[in-house]
Design a protein around this ligand. Structure first.
Ligand SMILES: Nc1ncnc2c1ncn2[C@@H]1O[C@H](COP(=O)(O)OP(=O)(O)OP(=O)(O)O)[C@@H](O)[C@H]1O
Ligand SMILES: [Mg+2]
Length: 139
């Protein structure tokens, strides 16, 4: 499939105590294999909402999302979403732990990535002692 992702007429509102907030209205686009796409728009226009829905972290109200069955998505959240009571290393392996996916090779890969992103010497620190950029790299 050349078309990796198809979004059609996607609409999403948030329901809050203050009322309904329309975050996305009837957005449609396709992403094809090999394409690099930037999503640009003013603050509050719905970019993060859209990404959260594409990744399955949030639900849409209306519309269609079709994903290629082999599509794998990595999502760097806007906020680092690190758990403050775990060290950097513990945060890094949390996903593997929850999914019972810890293997020697995967732990070696985590070590490799920590070195690659210059985070190795901070792996026993807690997120509160890292800079914003460092926390994003951990994320
Ligand atoms: N959890 C939520 N509950 C209620 N309203 C929300 C929630 N998340 C986002 N919104 C609202 O939905 C709209 C879109 O927010 P969103 O975070 O998707 O914007 P954004 O384009 O990512 O903005 P920014 O560039 O500032 O990150 C905004 O009006 C925001 O107030
Ligand atoms: Mg955002």
């Amino acid at each position: 499939m050349n078309n990796l992702l198809e979004i059609k007429d996607l609409t999403k509102s948030y329901h809050t105590k203050e009322g309904e907030i329309l975050a996305i209205k009837d957005i449609s686009f396709n992403i094809n294999k090999g394409e690099i796409i930037s999503l640009v728009g003013p603050s509050g226009c719905g970019k993060s909402t859209l990404l959260s829905i594409i990744c399955g972290l949030d639900k849409l109200d209306k519309g269609i999302i079709k994903k290629d069955k082999y599509l794998k998505i990595g999502y760097m959240l806007q906020n680092d979403a690190l758990l403050p009571y775990l060290t950097i290393y513990e945060n890094c392996i949390l996903g593997l732990k929850i999914q019972h996916n810890i293997t020697k090779e995967r732990l070696e890969y985590v070590e490799y990535l920590l070195k690659l992103y210059n985070l190795d010497e901070f792996k026993n620190n807690y997120p509160s002692s890292l800079s914003g950029g460092m926390k994003q790299r951990v994320g």
